[in-house]
Design a protein around this ligand. Sequence first.
Ligand code: MD3
Ligand code: FE
Length: 217
Amino acid sequence: MNLDLFSSVIKDGNVATHISDQAWHLEGFATALEIQLRDLLRSIIKQAPFRQMKTPGGQLMSVKMTNCGEVGWVSDHLGYRYQTLDPVSNLPWPAMPEEFKSLAKNAAATAGFENFKPDACLINLYPVGTRLSLHQDKDEIDFDQPIVSVSLGLPVTFVFGGLERSSPQTKIKLHHGDVVVWGGKSRLAFHGVLPLEAGEHELFSHYRVNLTFRKAI
Ligand code: MD3
Ligand code: FE
């Protein structure tokens, strides 16, 4: 498909906006699952509560995180990595619910990535005022695998750059239920989110929650 940047098409009955090379914004793709996703998240965080991780440099990250899946992303004084055990409980991360897997797989397929089988789901909790500074996701083994992101709760401004920190940036507003799929050249693009603005969401209260699905190992 040959499309101008930010033009929208209907893919499998969903509105898909092309945001960059092999990067698609699927508006409202997860909205029909919102109650299930919230309830499944509740049970995951009972087993593996949100926590603030430390960067390798010793800074406390403002975003709170947890994981489900075979492996989970962790950060501490030793660095960034994926591991099978939750360092807080020393137990395996909660299993990834089948509903999460099929959502991620369907979104990836809609964006042209067949056979996506995520083994990691990082769950980010943004209280009002928290941000995620510009970074690349490069702790995974195979960069040919896409990343699927699901936004829930309060909206946020997402900043998307290029392959260098100094590359030009574009901003996209991500709303509750939106899914973004990143692959190809966009897979290693710098990205971040601006500080969360105050608001109230009927299912997620004063928070934004983001799920990122990855094939990490
Ligand atoms: C672009 N999370 O957890 S999701 C992260 O909203 C992360 O919580 C953000 O960046 C969040 O690492 C952004 C959208 C996203 C995820 C992965 C990407 C955008 C991406 C990987 C490459 C390029
Ligand atoms: Fe990221």
